[in-house]
Design a protein around this ligand. Structure first.
Ligand code: CU
Length: 169
């Protein structure tokens, strides 16, 4: 891999770090499991979520239990439309580098050193990346917002309808 490509990847990962930082102020922040008021189950399909809308009270801490019942790798990500768009660039790189391979994740390639201490690992407080059959959860405290969405940013999935509204009041 040449330096130019490394530079592009590092820039994308830095961009993603900024987007995740924005999540803490725009969409809320990782919550304390002791404060959870309820558990919401979300199912991923190819390519939509069930349910398609979520509603929370501002300041509410919930457990979001996400299960992938589709045949493809899917993401669950809390953010604004602009944050999702920025993250889609990074997910595109993960596909181009063989980290996301349709129905599975290549964990070896995830650990690949991209230069500058960056890897292709998908570690974001506001997001889960799941293979078919996998289940995981996020504990999240929602901040008041009128522009939040939950979405899958695997290339093409958001555009195919894998996005839902989050209403926080
Ligand atoms: Cu998806």
């Amino acid at each position: 891999m040449n330096r130019t490509v490394n530079g592009v990847v590092a820039a994308l990962l830095l961009g993603a770090t900024t987007a995740a930082g924005a999540a803490a102020s725009e969409g809320g922040e990782p919550g304390d499991a002791q404060q959870v008021s309820r558990t919401i189950e979300i199912v991923m399909h190819d390519n939509y979520f069930e349910p398609e809308q979520l509603s929370f009270a501002a300041g509410e801490t919930v457990r979001l239990k996400v299960r992938n019942e589709g045949a493809l790798v899917h993401e669950f990500n809390i953010g604004t439309a602009a944050m999702h768009e920025a993250h889609q660039g990074q997910m595109q790189m993960m596909v181009e580098h063989g980290v996301i391979q349709g129905d599975h994740l290549n964990h070896e390639r995830m650990k690949m050193d991209m230069g500058g201490g960056h890897t292709m690992e998908h570690n974001h407080a506001n997001s889960l990346l799941l293979e078919p059959g996998q289940e995981a959860e996020l504990v999240w405290t929602f901040a008041r917002s009128d522009s939040l969405e939950f979405a899958c940013n695997v290339p093409g999935h958001y555009q195919a309808g894998m996005v839902g509204g989050i209403h926080v009041e």
